[in-house]
Design a protein around this ligand. Sequence first.
Ligand code: ATP
Ligand code: MG
Length: 287
Amino acid sequence: MSGGPAAPPLLEAREVIKLFPVRACQRLFARTAMQSAVTEASVTIHPGETVALVGESGSGKSTLGRMLLGLTAPSGGTILYRGRALAKLDEAARRAFRREVQVVFQDTGASLNPRRTVGQSVALPLQHNLDVWGEEARRRADGLLDLVGLSPARFRDRLPHELSGGQRQRVGIARALASDPAVIIADEPVSALDVSVRAQLLGLMHALRQQRQLAYLFITHDLGVVRALADRVMVMQGGRVVEQGTADAVLEDPRHDYTRRLLAATPVPDPGRQAARLAQAVAGRRG
Ligand SMILES: Nc1ncnc2c1ncn2[C@@H]1O[C@H](COP(=O)(O)OP(=O)(O)OP(=O)(O)O)[C@@H](O)[C@H]1O
Ligand SMILES: [Mg+2]
């Protein structure tokens, strides 16, 4: 161990709050009431770490994710990128943040330009975030498609509507990887897919994490995913983080009543089988 100070987390939310105006139509002149979607939530993501964020619908998971991505500003508290407040980054640091912190949404289709080919969509972040253009960008985009299991020859010239949901999510992952990120915030990236495609994509994300020392914030309802992928888990309820710990500790011995109910309500597959399925999916990619 060196005696120097520990590196700051890659990404951190420190007691962040997000308020939204409540649409109140009953009293025209009433002061706009505010409702909090996230209340003093704190998260840290260290390099290479997978943090799962779970919680019922409306508990504030996506709102917290969007604040960590810099897509929406917190109403209170601070987002820090490598120890520096996001709101105060200079232009160079902001560029580094935009490159290093990437996102994969549940519905990549909606975030892809329908008139742009798959190859063009994957090349775009290479151009804008890494300043790689022309033939080199095309070559690297092909490499990324290959990496996520899409044959470049078959897929590079397709439009988003010519892909299945699972293929579109692979494009979403390739596009995120194009920036050579340090962390990917994945907001229910496999929720819309059927079970077998889901396992393949989780296997892919797991393998990429190993290959590239990636960190993930994995927003999910699926406690099976938590068991298979997460180092740590955070549970949100009503905008607050109500429980957190290592994935093993939280799943084996949940402290909060809400977490117990969530566990009881979720059929968690036998961890051995889940791990075997993942391993199989990972091996399948190499074969
Ligand atoms: N742009 C917005 N304007 C007003 N209210 C919002 C906005 N975005 C989110 N909310 C509210 O904030 C709360 C948290 O929403 P959020 O989408 O973060 O939940 P979630 O945990 O991601 O839910 P789900 O699991 O359904 O995706 C909800 O009550 C939601 O209605
Ligand atoms: Mg959400």
